[in-house]
Every structure is written in C-alpha cells, then in structure tokens.
Design a protein around this ligand. Sequence first.
Ligand SMILES: [Zn+2]
Length: 202
Amino acid sequence: MKRECSIVRDLLPLYFENMLSEDTAAFVKEHLENCSDCAAEFECFKSGKQIDKAETPQRRNDANVIRAVKKKIAKKIFKMVAAVCLVFIVLFSAIMFYTSISYSVTKDNISLSTKADGGYTYIILETEAGKSLSFDSKTEDILNEQNEVCGQRITLYNLQYHNNFSQNANSTSWGIPLSDKKQYMEMIVELGNDTLQITTAE
Ligand SMILES: [Zn+2]
C-alpha cells in the first residue's frame, strides 16, 4: 500500500462526514478518482455507514414497540388486579350487609328444653339455622322460704337475630351439677310482649 493510500484511508471517515478542509477534501477526492483500491475501500465504508444509519431508526422503532407492548401488559395487569379487588370489596360488603341485618326474635323462632346428662342438668335454648342469636342476660339467686339460696334464675333480654351462614340449628345451654343444692334453675326469656319460661323442676 502506498503511503498516500494509507493517509487517504485514515481520512475516509472524516471525508464521508464532510469534516475535512476544502483542500484536504479535494486531495482525497482526487486520490479516490485515481486509485481504484481506495475507491473500493470508500464504497465499502459508505455502504457500512448506510447500513448503520438505516439500522438505527429500525432499532429505535423496535424499542418503541417493546415499550408500548410493556405498557399495554402493565395496563392489563393493573385492570385485572383492580377488577379482582373490586369483586372482593363487593363480596365483602355484601356479606357485611347480610350479616348486619338484625331481626326481632319471636317465641316461634326459639325453643326451650331441659336435659339431665352426666351429672348435670341443663336448660337448652335452640335457634334457627342460618341465624345467630345475640342477647343480654342476668342471673339472680332464688331464695326459699327460709331465705336460703335454692336455685338460680337466668333472664334473657334484648334478643336479636343476625344472618349467618351456618346450616345447623344453634343451641346454647346452661348447666348446673345435680349434686349442687342450688340445682333448681329457672329461665325467663323476655320477647317484647311475650315471655317464655322454663324450670329444671318440670
Ligand atoms: Zn490509494
């Protein structure tokens, strides 16, 4: 390779970018017209540069497409999560609402019974399936004629039903040992205008 060729090849990138002074550019141009080797080299360089230039917008375009797809996926995921959350909130509110509805209790809704079992005597209060019963209660001693405690009186009041999802009838029981001298038990259930009453002596 001639010395001039070597210099021209070093200058080719600058020549391509039009960054040479007028004189140097003229020198390179003249050399390329007379040297087929360097001219071929310049063609090669030019086509390589053009591919680079052509590729860059393509790549940028690809990156944009990927970014757009990612955005779309993120949006979809966000929408799905939001939808699932909404469904849960609606369900939760519906359950809260359903179970917060309260009903007044009538004597047809509950039943009282007694049972002796395993050394205990019980009063059992049974309620409907699908309902939970809430009430307040107070317990008092019952005195005999000698003013001795002979038993207990349990009074239930403020009875209210709430919905729940249980399929079985609920029962609540109060027990007292048969050996206890105060084994007599009496239950009074106050229901608005009605009063239910049961004793273990019956
Ligand atoms: Zn040359």
